[in-house]
Write a protein that binds this ligand. Structure first.
Ligand code: ADP
Length: 395
């Protein structure tokens, strides 16, 4: 093992670094939750950390491991991090759940997004990389298989979702029982055996040009309103088309829906990759998990079958490696993707061509990786009540 160039940190300094690692389900850092135990540091910079999970098979283990490594390796005196995994006793678990429940009550804002919905925010460092195209195609593919998928077009200055899904109707507000103010009712579209529930500023203003009038509106306020005032009803997934490159919306989301996973869209170009890293950095700072990277506009295959890398290659994989998240897939450039967006029929529904196949495969991966509520039993205080209900319903 090579010696570090600077002195290794003390155990206390490592513990301070670990305070930045959140258990997203428990809503607190692993030190205050009592999950991070003894820390030892050897003179050659090897850091060993004893970690106790609420249950050994906690589905968040890999994420927590990645977060610990990335936080601690930031110290230039650290050469390697090893983690010794243990499990809490029933008493420790009960103490941690009490604390987490208290935190959840203190921090959670009152969104209308059901607690069992998986929330994915589709983000990019800059505009024009295909973030909205990815959102609508994934939403359509996930819905087609019988899921109820909410789509929140948070790109309020550059909204394109209503056109891409051919859903131009104005949104209506309605009084609902149990609420003192009217709620916005999402517009719906059946897809396969499932349903899309869509809201966008594009459904509030008269035409795309009028969107300019929204410039004065605070972005975070608008997104907050969409989360709080929309009568989402039942949802299996919520896909949020994020405005490109803005940190405040991510921070707002992290506060309101800390379980949000980020999906970062980039192109193979190195320049796009650099700005995408900023989006990932922002996610880290707001403790959002990056579920993966999607490389869009990967290759172009002409009618003669020749394939060209118009925007270079490897940007998606390089970004994924750099931020320690999986590459969920590569989507080729196809005129049909743009035609699908313009006509309001997402290409993935046509099932024709490599781009449609790539979108479908990514959607499948997201569906199969979604941790079911039952699997979360004992691992999450936030979802505990939902789990109890769904488990009792299955009996
Ligand atoms: P963003 O939301 O990042 O601004 P869009 O999804 O609006 O990007 O895409 C920008 C433009 O590129 C749109 O005209 C869209 O139809 C087109 N586009 C996106 N992905 C592809 C692709 N894989 N092949 C061809 N055109 C694409």
């Amino acid at each position: 093992m090579s010696s570090p160039l600077v002195a290794p940190p003390t155990a206390g300094e490592v513990t301070e670094l670990l305070r930045a690692v959140m258990d997203p389900e428990l809503g607190d850092n692993i030190v205050d939750l009592g999950m991070a135990g003894e820390v030892t540091v050897s003179p050659d910079g090897l850091v060993a950390i004893a970690m106790k999970l609420t249950i050994k098979g906690c589905p968040l283990r890999v994420q927590i491991k990645n977060d610990i490594e990335s936080r601690v390796l930031v110290h230039p005196g650290v050469t390697k991090v090893t983690i010794d995994w243990g499990e809490m006793t029933a008493e420790e678990r009960s103490a941690v759940m009490t604390r987490a429940r208290w935190n959840a009550k203190e921090q959670a804002s009152d969104t209308q997004v059901p607690i069992n919905a998986r929330v994915l925010a589709i983000a990019s460092g800059k505009g024009g990389v295909g973030k909205s195209s990815v959102t609508v195609n994934l939403a359509a593919a996930i819905a087609e298989q019988g899921n109820i998928v909410g789509v929140l077009d948070a790109d309020i200055w550059g909204f394109s979702i209503p056109r891409m899904l051919n859903m131009p109707d104005r949104l209506e507000a309605q009084r609902v029982e149990g609420s003192d103010k009217p709620r916005i009712i999402p517009n719906e579209r059946k897809v396969g055996t499932g349903l899309l529930k869509v809201v966008s500023t594009g459904m509030l203003v008269e035409d795309e040009g009028t969107a300019l009038m929204w410039r004065g509106l605070m972005l975070t306020k608008a997104v907050e309103q969409f989360l709080n005032d929309v009568q989402w009803g039942e949802l299996d997934y919520l896909l949020i088309d994020m405005p490109p490159g803005t940190g405040d919306v991510q921070m707002g989301l992290a506060r309101m829906l800390p379980r949000t996973d980020l999906v970062i869209v980039t192109t193979p170009a190195v320049s796009a990759q650099k700005v995408a890293i900023r989006a990932a950095d922002m996610a880290r700072r707001s403790f959002l998990r990056v579920a993966g990277v999607i490389e869009n506009m990967s290759t172009f295959t002409c009618d003669h079958g020749n394939t060209y890398e118009l925007f270079g290659n490897g940007g998606g994989q390089a970004l994924a490696t750099e931020i320690g998240s999986p590459l969920l897939g590569n989507i080729p450039i196809e005129a049909a993707v743009a035609h699908g967006s313009d006509s309001g029929e997402p290409i993935v529904l046509s099932k024709v061509g490599a781009a449609a196949e790539a979108f479908a495969a990514i959607a499948q991966r997201i569906i199969s990786e979604t941790v079911s509520m039952q699997d979360m039993v004992g691992c999450s205080a936030r979802n505990e009540e939902v789990v109890q209900v769904s488990v009792s319903q299955r009996r």
